[in-house]
Each structure stands twice: as C-alpha cells, then as structure tokens.
Design a protein around this ligand. Structure first.
Ligand SMILES: [Zn+2]
Ligand SMILES: [Zn+2]
Length: 457
C-alpha cells in the first residue's frame, strides 16, 4: 500500500490523501486550504497528475475536505465520487457556495485566480456523485482488462462529527486501511458520536485536531452547555444581543438544537434566532435527513421548534441590537464580509452586547483576534474594520466536534494497526500523538508526513 499526503500545508489545511492498493488508486477527500489564497489553497494534485485514479471518496462536506472536488475531477476524470447519503444532499450546496465566496473575494481582494471553478462545472460533474448508506461494502475500483478480482472495497462508518460524516475502511486483497476523517467520539446535542467500535485495520490514517489541547478534567458537554445558557440569560437580562459565530454546516445546527431544547424546558426565554442563508439550508437538510442517521432527539425538528429568521444582505449592519436578539451566524472565524464580522464590529464597543465563541477560530483570523482581545485594549480586528476596542462581554465555550487527544491514542490502541499516519493537525498536535503512540504502542510505526510525502507500508 502506498499513501501520498497531498495537503499543501503542514497544518490542518486541506485534506487529500492518495491511496494505492492492489494496483488501484483512490483519493480520500478533496479539500481546500481555508487560509491559503488562490491555487495555493489546492491539494498538491500536480504532483500526482500523471496517475490514474479510480475513485474519490469524501468523509464529509466541510470545505477543508470537499472544497476542491471539481478541480480534483479535472485531474482524475475517470473517477466517480463516493460519499454517504446525507453528504450527497449537502455537497453541491457547499461547492456552489464556494464559487460565490471565491467570486466575491476576487472582487474585494483582487485574487485574479478566483473562482477556481464555476457553477456550471459543478452541475456537469454532479452525475458522478453517488451516495451510500453507512456500513455497506462497496467496490470502488475499475476492473482492468484481465478482469482480475476481488477488487478493493470501501465502507463508511458514522464519525459523529457533522451530518453525513464518515470514517472510511478500505479493504484490499491482503491489507486494509482506515481513514478517520474528522471524528467526534462523544455525543453532541444532535449527533450521536462515532461508531467505530469494531474497526481494525493494518494502516490507520487519523486526524489530530486536538493533539495540542490537554483534556480538562472537569470538562463535560452538559456543564459547558449549562454555562453557555447562564451567560445567554445574563446577556438577555441586559437587554443586549448575543452573537455566536458558527460555521454553517454542523455547528449551526448543534447550537440551534441546544437553544431549542433549553427554550422547550423554559430555561431560556423563547426568542427569534437569526441565522445565515446557508445555515438555513443545512438546517433544513438536518431536519429532512434525520431518519438516515443515528441521532439524539430524532423527533426534534429545528425549523418547527425555533422561530428562525434569515439575515438578509445588509441586516447585520443596520439591525437594532437592543431587545435581546440571538444571532447564530457565519462565519465561525468572523471572516470579512460575513454577518458575524459585521455584527462583531458593531457589538464590540457596547457593554450591553455579548459575543460567545463555541468552536475553533484560527489565531490569525478576525475571530481569533477578537477571542484573544482584552477589554478596553485596542486590537487590530480586520483589514476592512481596522482597530476595535472591546467593551462587550465575551466568553469561550468548548463545544467541540472533534475527538479529545487521549481518545485518539485509545482509538489507535483499539485498531492495532502496523502503521499509523497522522494528518489534519498543527505540527505540535501531531507531535504529541506521535510521542504517545510510540510510547504506548512501540511496535507500531508512526508517520507524520510533510506535504507531498509518500509512505510505502
Ligand atoms: Zn470537519
Ligand atoms: Zn476538517
């Protein structure tokens, strides 16, 4: 088996792994780097451009895992694209949204290479997409002229990270590989947590997002949720509004579910919740596809339980922020020209307003800088907004959708592979996992490959 790391960065970056097994090749994920610009955000497809690829399989529909799919298909036009059923309903929307974002970045930031693909191109490749149920073995390889069998297969296992997320088990004639994608082992408010109990494989390809984050002894999702609700109530008591910056897929729906449940029990007053347009689309899909997955509160329909209002263009700049409004809107890192960015600019200097972070924000993003800001001390927020001085309330809550680092090491112990390959993490995060695996499982060879590195196992 041969594995090539196509992530252009040595960080979480863009996930894309080329796996060769029994003479066939499959691309696992086709992400886009969220912090690189233009073609530099693409996986290193050029380094494998002369190779034939039988199939592309996606773990889930976050931008860093599927955002370069149309470009991947230009390199590998023979490939069909396999994903879970829920992802099938999401992927085209994510890609069309990317085109819109790239077009506005071309206009606003002058990035001439954008967009890297067009709306029409997405429509032209859509027939290659195939949605599959979890726990079903699928042949993905194209038979050669000799018709030799058996062909390698794959199977999707629920990863508990966002709707449709999966770990992928590849089985060849003699060897197997398990690719985790992004994992959440414990149950979130809606999703039930990864179901990886029976997995064993020769090679384990694993995410390491939280390798840098020591486990907090007192941390529990329930306690963290209760703390969030207390702070929201305090904020509403001041007659101010609350901004929770989130990503449209996954985090939006988990936060909405949490708010809906707390409003149903009366611990939170019933208020309209303002969300973004794309967040609204994915919320609809979460409701409609609830029956396809193992879920908590399977009968909770977010659209029925909440009074949701979609923010229209310009609303964030003009709306009256008095009277206790709840904003659960994009972007999670407060990127410029998003509702979360524009609301943060207006709320920062006002003591009645509150901004609550519930997920990761890159330290070099506006959200990361806002998160690190000290009250009363000016800080540089973004190019368009310049400097802000924060007087509003701000809190951070750990409601992660990623596995704790000790859980990752335990999982490696469960899978008992010969080889562990690490990705989707900052260098320090990967190093911590490398050390732990080497210490606890000395027989396993551990790799933390650089961009374009090839591992022969
Ligand atoms: Zn993800
Ligand atoms: Zn990811």
């Amino acid at each position: 088996m041969r594995i090539t790391n196509l992530n252009p960065g040595d960080d979480i970056g863009a996930s894309a792994w080329l796996v060769e097994i029994d003479g066939h090749r499959i691309l696992l994920d086709a992400g886009m780097h969220p912090r690189h610009e233009g073609r530099a955000a693409l996986p290193l497809y050029d380094s494998v451009a002369n190779l034939e690829v039988d199939a592309i399989a996606l773990t889930h529909c976050h931008h860093d895992h599927c955002g370069s799919l149309p470009v991947a298909l230009r390199y590998f036009p023979r490939a069909r694209v396999l994903m879970t059923e829920p992802s099938y309903f999401i992927v085209e929307r994510v890609l069309h949204n990317s085109v819109n974002v790239m077009k506005s970045q071309r206009a606003e930031l002058g990035i001439a290479e954008y967009p890297l693909f067009h709306h029409r191109e997405i429509d032209e490749i859509a027939h290659l997409f195939q949605g599959y149920k979890y726990r079903r073995e699928i042949e993905w390889a194209v038979p050669d002229y000799a018709g030799e069998r058996p062909l390698p297969t794959l199977e999707f296992f629920d990863a508990g990270h966002v709707l449709g997320s999966a770990g992928i088990l590849i089985r060849g004639k003699k060897e197997s590989l398990f690719y985790t994608g992004d994992i959440c082992f414990d149950a979130q408010t809606l999703l039930a947590g990864a179901r990886f109990d029976e997995i064993s494989a020769d090679v384990l390809l694993m995410e390491t997002t939280r390798g840098n984050t020591p486990a907090q002894k007192e941390w529990s999702r329930t306690a963290e949720t209760a703390r969030l609700i207390t702070h929201i109530n305090d904020a509403l008591g001041k007659n101010g509004s609350v901004l929770i910056p989130v990503f449209a897929l996954g985090r939006t729906q988990e936060i909405l579910a949490l708010l809906a449940l707390e409003m149903q029990t009366g611990r939170l007053p019933c208020r309209p919740v303002y969300i973004g347009g794309l967040g609204r689309v994915f919320t609809e899909i979460y409701d409609l596809e609830a029956h396809r997955i193992e879920r908590q509160h399977p009968n909770l329909s977010l659209l029925e339980a909440l009074n949701l209002a979609v923010l229209e263009k310009g609303d964030a700049e003009r709306m009256n922020l008095a009277g206790g409004k709840l904003f659960v809107c994009t972007a999670g890192m407060m990127s410029e020209h998003t509702a979360a960015h524009d609301l943060a600019v207006r709320m920062a200097g006002d003591v009645r307003q509150s901004v609550f972070f519930v997920g990761y924000a890159d330290p070099n993003s506006p959200g990361g800088r806002f998160k690190a800001s000290q009250p009363g001390v000016p800080f540089s927020f973004s190019d368009s907004a310049g400097e802000l001085t924060r007087r509003c309330a701000m809190e951070t809550f750990d409601l992660t959708a990623h596995a704790q680092r000790d859980e990752l090491v335990d999982f490696a112990f469960q899978v008992q592979p010969r080889v562990v390959v690490l990705g989707h993490g900052e260098p320090g995060a990967r190093n911590w996992i490398v050390e732990q695996v080497q210490e606890q499982l000395p027989k396993i060879s551990v790799h933390s490959p650089l961009p374009a590195s090839v591992i022969d196992c």
